[in-house]
Ligand binder design. Structure first.
Ligand SMILES: [Zn+2]
Length: 400
């Protein structure tokens, strides 16, 4: 039995207390704190559950490499796909190195679990997946990483993609990805048939990027939900972005949130700028699992991203114009336990109390200087300590 006593912290900004982690799980402080193997000095900092990045593209990241001006001339999805294809092989570092660096920096900021996409297509085949899997292996004691076999360039437009996705799932990917079944492949039935067939054969969850807006997005979302229901995949599907939910009339949003909740379909957002915000509160109030992610970072798609989930929590609050502390803290909940239960709907975070810091929750913690949780979102301070299963894995911005 290994015990870690985290002394003098303020869980979610509350009163000063100690947290005890026994064999990787938060326990009642009375359960042997006096005889702890390791003592961590919280020094009065806030204690939060470790951050979860529920939507990141580790295989495209250029974090840590020289900054390059954005090079795509067009703004359409296929323009960006082609721009990435022109450049990713000749980046200054390999996919493995870039994914490993990016994941390491995210952990140093306080992230202890993530869901990363790995592009699988006729151009890169499994090369990018292998880089992401290598990064997962490198950091396996510091963070949990779930990997999505992601058909970024569609499933039907180029030959061999369904077989490559099948190979990716056999090679170590955990989740089947899909993408804009109408807008990209222009054949939603065949696209979704491939995705749901792979999910069934590999007993894998599904994660579908849905950028499609308005009526088109509503049609695609409907097709996905029909299949979730037909296959009985309760708790096994995620809709990423779900821009359509920001476009729908209020009564349709309410009905859709209820349907998502009934089938326990999760939604993830990257808190995008330049468009209407996802109705996060409506989803949460219906019990829909909602996670937050960094998306691609400083890559051939976008110059944004810092690997710090506290920056992204700020962005989620800022893009929604939030001011009240309770609402801003809710953004941090989405960035921590929200994403954690997107990745694993059965995780203890979902059922235990204490907003992810109660007895029975995993001992994944980030200690952050700050007066209150909201002030920490505004300041995004340095001086953090990160624990994974009760073990210190990063201190003051550097991996231990
Ligand atoms: Zn994405």
């Amino acid at each position: 039995m290994t015990t870690t006593l985290v002394r003098d912290v303020r869980p979610w900004g509350g009163d000063l207390t100690d947290l005890l982690v026994v064999d990787g799980v938060i326990a009642e402080p009375s359960d042997g704190g006096a005889a702890a193997d390791v003592v961590v000095d919280g020094a009065g900092r806030l204690a939060l559950p470790g951050f979860t990045d529920a939507h990141v593209h580790l295989d495209s990241s250029r974090i840590g490499l020289p900054f390059r001006p954005h090079s795509s001339e067009g703004r359409g999805l296929w323009d960006l796909i082609e721009n990435d294809r022109r450049h990713w092989r000749t980046a200054e570092a390999s996919v493995t190195e870039r994914a490993t660096t990016t994941l390491g920096r995210a952990i140093a900021h306080g992230m202890t679990r993530a869901r990363s996409y790995a592009q699988v297509d006729a151009d890169c085949r499994l090369e990018r997946l292998e880089g992401v899997l290598a990064a997962r292996e490198h950091h396996r004691d510091r963070a949990e990483l779930q990997v999505v076999a992601f058909p970024q360039a569609g499933i039907l437009l180029e030959p061999g993609v369904p077989d490559l996705l099948d190979a990716a799932l056999r090679a170590g990917a955990d989740v089947v990805g899909g993408l804009d079944p109408c807008g990209l492949d222009r054949d939603p039935v065949r696209h979704l048939d491939v995705v749901f067939d792979l999910a069934e054969r590999h007993d894998a969850p599904i994660d579908i990027h849905l950028h499609e807006p308005g009526e088109l997005g509503r049609f695609s979302l409907d097709l996905v939900l029909e299949r979730v229901e037909a296959h009985g995949l309760r708790g096994r599907a995620t809709i990423a972005h779900a821009f359509v939910l920001a476009d729908l009339p209020a009564d349709v949003v309410l009905a859709t949130a209820a349907r998502l909740a009934e089938w326990d379909v999760a939604v993830t957002t990257i808190a995008p700028g330049g468009r209407a915000a996802l109705p996060v509160d409506v989803l949460l109030e219906h019990g829909v699992r909602v996670g937050l992610g960094q998306d691609g970072q400083r890559d051939y798609w976008s110059p944004y991203g810092t690997t710090d989930m506290l920056d992204r929590a700020y962005q989620l609050a800022f893009t929604r114009g939030l001011r009240q502390d309770a609402l801003i803290e809710r953004c941090v909940e989405v960035a921590t336990v929200g994403g954690a239960v997107v990745i694993d709907p059965d995780a203890a975070w979902r059922h235990a109390g204490g907003r992810g810091l109660g007895s029975g929750c995993p001992g994944d913690l980030v200690l952050v200087p700050g007066e209150t949780v909201t002030s920490a979102v505004m300041d995004r301070p340095a001086g953090r300590t990160v624990l994974r299963a009760g073990r210190v894995v990063a201190e003051d911005g550097a991996l231990v």
